[in-house]
Write a protein that binds this ligand. Sequence first.
Ligand SMILES: Nc1ncnc2c1ncn2[C@@H]1O[C@H](COP(=O)(O)OP(=O)(O)OP(=O)(O)O)[C@@H](O)[C@H]1O
Ligand SMILES: C[C@@](O)(CCO)CC(=O)[O-]
Ligand SMILES: [Mg+2]
Length: 390
Amino acid sequence: MTSESEPQKKAFQVIRVSAPGKVILHGEHSVVYGKRAIALSLDLRTRLTAAVGGDSVSLDLPDVDIKKTWPIETVMELWKNLGYTKDEKIKTLTEEQSHFIRSFLNFGEGITDPKDLAILSFFHLYISILHEPLPISITVGSQLPTGAGLGSSAAYAVCLSGALLHLCDHIDLSKLSLPNSHPDILKTVSEWAYASEKIVHGTPSGIDNSVCTYGGAVSFKAGNIEPIHVPPLKVLLVNTLVPRSTKALVAGVRERKERVRAVVEPILTSLDAIADKGLEILCSLKNANVYDEQVAVHEALDELIDINQALLCAIGVSHPSLDKLVGIAKSHGLHAKLTGAGGGGFGIVVVSPKITKSAIDACCDELRQSGYDVWCTSVGAPGISFHNDI
Ligand SMILES: Nc1ncnc2c1ncn2[C@@H]1O[C@H](COP(=O)(O)OP(=O)(O)OP(=O)(O)O)[C@@H](O)[C@H]1O
Ligand SMILES: C[C@@](O)(CCO)CC(=O)[O-]
Ligand SMILES: [Mg+2]
């Protein structure tokens, strides 16, 4: 193949990548301080299509109401002003270069607008990962509500990182279909998605990008990810529809910890113990073969869910809408906690086999009548996937 035919091939390349959202069962917030967390991927996905070619860089993000195009000459100028030559390998941006990208986009320093964050994350990854300015059209659509606790930022970041790394031949996403042949690919994608999460969150633990990359169920502690085998669980996801920002909630916990360290630190230690115990219980579920054993395991899990929610309230990340949903669930014999950063967003209920269908239906009806959205979905979906069917 000649060196001229390679860009020719790239010019018409269209790829599709998807990644799942996630729920955190135990360990949100405490995981930021090196404690254990358990997360499960969701059967709700973010999907990205990237088409190389044309004379611009364009971003179509309908979920955050963005449709923007930058002429490729403008992007080439930015590239040059950042001090890069045409053929640069993967690079880590300096603070100064990050400031420069923000001012190119006319963004101030502490941006919080979802649109600005989505554009900034894209530009960081585009410039860091690609070897040269590439004309490209990127479209991202998601089944996940944005900013509600189901890992939408991580799923977005995993799709972007995977697609850009594939397009510059740093990884080959088509190898993901080969069993057990891709640990390096997943590690690389997750690390780049983490870099993007830092832009959206400030100080992410890394659990969201990990579970959205690897899929399934994972235990995560101090940056180490461990896949765990969890049998299918029936889960209700309840959306309070109250908007919140993960970054602001994580910052709020940090401030409370700084103000009353002697009180908050033991709570974080207890949250760690809950996640340790939760891991043990989930692992025992696969050996619970008969109904009575399964019910006993779920009772132990329900008790942990109750304590977990109470401790999350104590560190200031619940919300009246979450407290109310926990109360409604309780009145139907179900146990709920917030999931993700809290402050609104989603609550989760893990449904024990002893709960009858009529009790579940009655609970869902009451929640809906009270203004919540209720979704019944499965957990443990595949991680980043490459779809070469176009
Ligand atoms: N489909 C999408 N298209 C474009 N940007 C997205 C999309 N989904 C998420 N984002 C970006 O991620 C941000 C939301 O991230 P945030 O971490 O606050 O919420 P979350 O990831 O849904 O919840 P959590 O981190 O608690 O699980 C949005 O403001 C936007 O910048
Ligand atoms: C609140 C938090 O623990 C989970 C957000 O899904 C933040 C993080 O781990 O980065
Ligand atoms: Mg997020």
